[in-house]
Design a protein around this ligand. Structure first.
Ligand code: ZN
Length: 134
Protein backbone atom coordinates (compact mmCIF):
# COMPACT_ATOMS: atom_id res chain seq x y z
CA UNK A 1 0.00 0.00 0.00
CA UNK A 2 1.18 3.51 -0.82
CA UNK A 3 0.87 5.69 2.28
CA UNK A 4 2.29 9.09 1.33
CA UNK A 5 4.66 11.10 -0.84
CA UNK A 6 8.13 10.49 0.59
CA UNK A 7 9.91 13.17 -1.37
CA UNK A 8 10.27 14.97 -4.65
CA UNK A 9 13.71 14.49 -6.15
CA UNK A 10 15.37 17.39 -7.94
CA UNK A 11 18.50 16.94 -10.05
CA UNK A 12 21.06 19.70 -9.56
CA UNK A 13 24.55 20.47 -10.85
CA UNK A 14 25.97 22.19 -7.78
CA UNK A 15 24.44 20.82 -4.62
CA UNK A 16 26.05 23.39 -2.30
CA UNK A 17 24.60 26.28 -4.32
CA UNK A 18 21.21 24.53 -4.61
CA UNK A 19 21.10 23.73 -0.89
CA UNK A 20 21.60 27.43 -0.21
CA UNK A 21 18.90 28.36 -2.73
CA UNK A 22 16.34 25.93 -1.27
CA UNK A 23 17.26 26.99 2.24
CA UNK A 24 16.30 30.54 1.24
CA UNK A 25 13.19 29.34 -0.57
CA UNK A 26 11.93 27.23 2.34
CA UNK A 27 13.13 29.53 5.10
CA UNK A 28 14.98 26.73 6.94
CA UNK A 29 18.20 24.79 6.90
CA UNK A 30 18.70 21.35 5.39
CA UNK A 31 17.79 18.35 7.54
CA UNK A 32 20.06 15.68 6.15
CA UNK A 33 22.94 15.21 3.75
CA UNK A 34 24.34 11.94 2.51
CA UNK A 35 26.53 10.33 -0.14
CA UNK A 36 25.05 7.23 -1.75
CA UNK A 37 28.03 5.57 -3.51
CA UNK A 38 25.75 2.84 -4.84
CA UNK A 39 23.88 5.41 -6.97
CA UNK A 40 26.85 7.78 -7.37
CA UNK A 41 24.94 10.66 -5.85
CA UNK A 42 25.13 13.19 -3.07
CA UNK A 43 21.74 14.05 -1.57
CA UNK A 44 20.52 16.93 0.57
CA UNK A 45 17.09 16.66 2.17
CA UNK A 46 14.71 19.34 3.42
CA UNK A 47 11.77 18.09 5.45
CA UNK A 48 8.55 19.87 4.43
CA UNK A 49 5.66 18.72 6.58
CA UNK A 50 5.21 14.97 6.14
CA UNK A 51 7.23 14.88 2.93
CA UNK A 52 10.55 16.24 1.82
CA UNK A 53 12.45 17.76 -1.05
CA UNK A 54 15.59 15.87 -2.02
CA UNK A 55 18.29 17.62 -4.02
CA UNK A 56 20.64 15.20 -5.77
CA UNK A 57 23.89 15.76 -7.58
CA UNK A 58 25.83 13.08 -9.45
CA UNK A 59 29.26 12.38 -8.00
CA UNK A 60 30.55 10.66 -11.16
CA UNK A 61 30.06 11.54 -14.84
CA UNK A 62 28.30 8.20 -15.40
CA UNK A 63 25.88 8.73 -12.51
CA UNK A 64 22.22 8.51 -13.61
CA UNK A 65 21.69 12.03 -12.23
CA UNK A 66 24.62 13.46 -14.21
CA UNK A 67 23.29 11.77 -17.36
CA UNK A 68 19.78 13.10 -16.69
CA UNK A 69 21.11 16.68 -16.38
CA UNK A 70 23.19 16.30 -19.52
CA UNK A 71 20.07 15.26 -21.45
CA UNK A 72 17.35 17.44 -19.90
CA UNK A 73 19.04 20.01 -17.68
CA UNK A 74 18.42 20.55 -14.00
CA UNK A 75 14.93 20.06 -12.59
CA UNK A 76 12.40 17.61 -11.24
CA UNK A 77 13.79 14.12 -11.46
CA UNK A 78 11.51 11.75 -9.59
CA UNK A 79 8.54 11.35 -7.28
CA UNK A 80 9.11 9.06 -4.33
CA UNK A 81 6.23 7.20 -2.66
CA UNK A 82 6.34 5.46 0.72
CA UNK A 83 5.11 1.87 0.65
CA UNK A 84 4.74 -0.57 3.52
CA UNK A 85 6.01 -3.62 1.64
CA UNK A 86 8.21 -2.80 -1.34
CA UNK A 87 8.58 -6.39 -2.61
CA UNK A 88 4.80 -6.86 -2.61
CA UNK A 89 4.24 -3.49 -4.35
CA UNK A 90 6.79 -4.36 -7.05
CA UNK A 91 5.01 -7.65 -7.70
CA UNK A 92 1.60 -5.94 -7.73
CA UNK A 93 2.72 -3.19 -10.13
CA UNK A 94 4.51 -5.62 -12.43
CA UNK A 95 1.36 -7.75 -12.62
CA UNK A 96 -0.55 -4.60 -13.61
CA UNK A 97 1.79 -3.93 -16.51
CA UNK A 98 4.08 -1.25 -15.08
CA UNK A 99 7.66 -1.42 -16.25
CA UNK A 100 10.13 -1.91 -13.43
CA UNK A 101 13.64 -0.51 -13.59
CA UNK A 102 14.52 -2.40 -10.42
CA UNK A 103 13.13 -5.90 -10.14
CA UNK A 104 14.59 -6.04 -6.63
CA UNK A 105 14.76 -3.22 -4.06
CA UNK A 106 18.16 -1.66 -3.39
CA UNK A 107 19.58 0.54 -0.66
CA UNK A 108 18.82 4.24 -1.08
CA UNK A 109 19.58 7.34 0.99
CA UNK A 110 18.47 7.88 4.57
CA UNK A 111 17.90 4.23 5.51
CA UNK A 112 15.34 3.37 2.83
CA UNK A 113 14.99 0.50 0.42
CA UNK A 114 14.10 1.88 -2.99
CA UNK A 115 13.04 0.70 -6.45
CA UNK A 116 12.22 2.69 -9.59
CA UNK A 117 9.44 2.32 -12.15
CA UNK A 118 10.16 3.31 -15.75
CA UNK A 119 8.67 6.70 -16.73
CA UNK A 120 7.55 5.10 -20.01
CA UNK A 121 4.79 3.37 -18.07
CA UNK A 122 3.95 6.21 -15.66
CA UNK A 123 3.06 9.25 -17.78
CA UNK A 124 6.68 10.36 -18.06
CA UNK A 125 7.27 10.55 -14.32
CA UNK A 126 10.09 8.52 -12.81
CA UNK A 127 8.49 6.90 -9.74
CA UNK A 128 10.52 5.69 -6.80
CA UNK A 129 9.01 3.34 -4.25
CA UNK A 130 10.61 3.54 -0.84
CA UNK A 131 10.28 1.55 2.32
CA UNK A 132 11.97 2.47 5.60
CA UNK A 133 14.50 -0.15 6.67
CA UNK A 134 13.16 -1.81 9.77
ZN1 ZN B 1 14.52 9.73 -4.13
Amino acid sequence: MVSKVAHIGIAVKDIAASAELFSKLLGKGMDHTEDVPDQKIRAVTFQVGESSIELTQGTEPDSPIAKFIEKRGEGMHHLSLVVDDIERELARLKAQGFQLIDEKPRLGADGYYIAFLHPRSTNGVLIELSQKKS
